[in-house]
Design a protein around this ligand. Sequence first.
Ligand code: B12
Length: 361
Amino acid sequence: MLVENDGITENPNKLAGDYLNARRAELAQFAMHRQYSQQPELESGYSERQKIHALEDMNYHLQYLAEAVTRESPLLFEDYLRWLKVFLPRVGVGEGDVVNSLAAVKETLSEMMPVELAVLPTRYLAEGMIRMTTLPGDLPTVLGESAPMALLATQYLNSLLRADRRTASRLILEDVEKGASVRDLYLGVFQPVQLEIGRLWQLGKITVAQEHFCTAATQMVMSQLYPLIFRQERNGRTFVASCISGELHEIGLRFVADFFEMDGWDTYYLGANVPTTAIISSLKEQKADLLGISATMPFHLSKVEALIRDVRQSEVGRRVKIMVGGYPFTLDPDLWSKVGADGSARDAQEAVRVGEQLLAE
Ligand code: B12
């Protein structure tokens, strides 16, 4: 269904998402008041700090809901709830309180939002409240015995958690000497270890400082492998890789760029948090054939869509193919087309395959 708005045809899901984003602070305040009026014991029992966190959580509900509604992706909202269910107990928030907060948001939207825009968000909330009770409260390890390089990955992770970078680096370099390929180490050790670090942080078993330390240490170890990455023959193609503005998760995209490099492409890796104008000028300067955009936080998806639109409208955009990837794109397999990209991939290996297919079209 499309809505005619001052002569411009707009998608009502996008209008609903825009509404939620534009009025997020106000809606969160209303929902918070509603929950406190229904559960006065919360308001009187919470410290000032807990009240700030509770209001922040209302804001997050609305922020994730807005992205899910705009993209018509219930999977995105469900993943947020899955994440909350594991994360919140460690900060002392019970499942019942979360369900009540979702109910308060739903009632607020039913009351305040224009009826035609409220349909999808209130449906996602109603489904989410039911789903919340059946979602798992635990998060299994990524480094189970069936993982291909589980032993090395576990030893590597344990060294990092002991802040022993020397041993971590030695383990990897010794494996290279024994014949392990850089590709195997990236996908079999570094990637699952990063995911495991995220799991441990989410469960409250490691601190943000440890998360940062382990990530920085892995980037250091990766750079020791660069002589092996940069010695391949070139194929004459150029890949520009960039994270969307605001996005700090950049390791995944670096994996992708390194896999293209190992495949013989010239790569131009811009890293985290890059402004749109800088991305577009790099495409021109580097005579790019392919642009890769990475986003991890789902609330950056609108910026990905806007960037793709801007690139397509630019002169260079007429010939460059565009791929997107990162956490939300691995959750919802239809998301890449909804943001206007030419393709996506779940990991670095697949990214090269898809990139080559796109250029062959
Ligand atoms: C390291 C990390 C960070 C680091 C990032 C540092 C860096 N230099 O990159 C820092 C500390 C900055 C960080 C910050 C935050 N993080 Co963080 N972070 C992680 C963590 C642990 C690992 C990410 C990673 O390295 N993954 C490994 C790579 C290899 O995998 P990948 O990114 O998915 O990439 C692969 C594919 O997706 C694909 N791909 C990726 N990009 C592209 C692009 C293209 C074009 C293609 C084709 C494919 C592709 O190929 C890649 C390689 O195979 C994840 C855990 C997780 N499960 O992802 C959390 C995680 C993503 N973070 C999370 C959160 C909540 C945050 C913060 C809000 C709070 C915090 N923890 O500090 C902030 C937000 C920052 C922001 N505004 O961007 C949550 C997100 C939850 C959610 N549902 O939204 C996660 C899932 C942790 C968790 N389990 O709770 N984080």
